[in-house]
Design a protein around this ligand. Sequence first.
Ligand SMILES: [Fe+2]
Length: 422
Amino acid sequence: MSKLITRSVPAHALPLLDRFRRVRRQTEALADPLSPEDQTVQSMPDASPTKWHLAHTTWFFETFLLKPQLPTYRPFDPAYEYLFNSYYEAVGPRHPRPQRGLITRPGVDEVLAYRRHVTEAMAELIDSNRSNSTDLIELGLHHEQQHQELILMDIKHALSLNPLFPAYAAERTPANEGAPLGWVDFEGGLIETGHAGPGSGGGFAFDNEGPRHRSWVDPFALATRLVTSGEYQAFIDDGGYSRPEFWLSAGWDVVKQRDWQAPLYWHEDGVFTLAGLRPRRAEEPVCHVSFYEAAAYAKWAGKRLPREEEWELAATDVTLGGNSNMLDDGHLHPAPAAGEGLVQMIGDVWEWTASPYVAYPGFREPPGAIGEYNGKFMANQMVLRGGCAATPRDHIRATYRNFFPPDARWMFGGIRLAEDLR
Ligand SMILES: [Fe+2]
């Protein structure tokens, strides 16, 4: 995957207004290579048109900040409250998700004018220091960054269904490919994971990343890198998609119903990417597999998927340099040294974990409509960790919990193996 979003200055180091304008511009830059027709199409109920993302991220600031907090604010168009609400029951009724592609009006130009209207009003709100809701503005920015990735996921799906396989952007040189597969051992024990909250000095986090809490982890090993396309091809060549013994029952049902025979976007010898259709590289991480496929591959390989607390323990060691997650019982595991330990942990492909998406001990949803952001989706989904090349760099954290249903494949999801050491 190409690195589509880069920064020279860490965004978290900028004043809030600069960061706000930067995130807004980045969203518009992602839409820039797309025609109005590209931006209007909806390729499946799960995916939204680019134009809808541009408007909905704007609706978020208008609904949760401008209307309640800026007395001089006048809505750009009262109908947008209905058109661009995603799932907030407390805000009111909304346009059905599967029909977002039918909103041919307002057009792209009008949606961009809506964005300018709200961006300038938000700049006034931030500049006036009137808002006592810095946390809510931060949430709006991280919400918009989530949608930046969704724009890329969704347009990739739409373009993949075009028989001309058009490219969205040129691909950049891949990093971290070709490393041999190794294993890093972890002793485990009583560990602490999760985000301590925005006031802890650890920066922004979504509510579902906390609170910090303890878990017992038995000794385990984590693969040093992601499963590659070549390795996944070996699973296919060994009858992976025709042998039920590798599959969870629900996964096997899906394989048969949808006639899955390879990851999403695989063609004969090629793979569809945001840079168009190109040959597959055996050493690139396999991507666009469902949880069911990841679990089946792991079983075929004689391994398993990591649990999310194991992944976070390992990732915290990678990003912070060691042992910060271990409780002080005088018995610390060795931290893998950078370069000879784990690679591709952050920002390559999202890694499916074996963990269902549920609340951490002590989790409380915030009051009001914002409480609908994460908590109400805690059923029938699995957690992914680590971010992908389409995730803005300053939007990835070791504690970040992404989540999708186990049969979803259009996110940039891949596989890292784990094994028990006992
Ligand atoms: Fe949203």
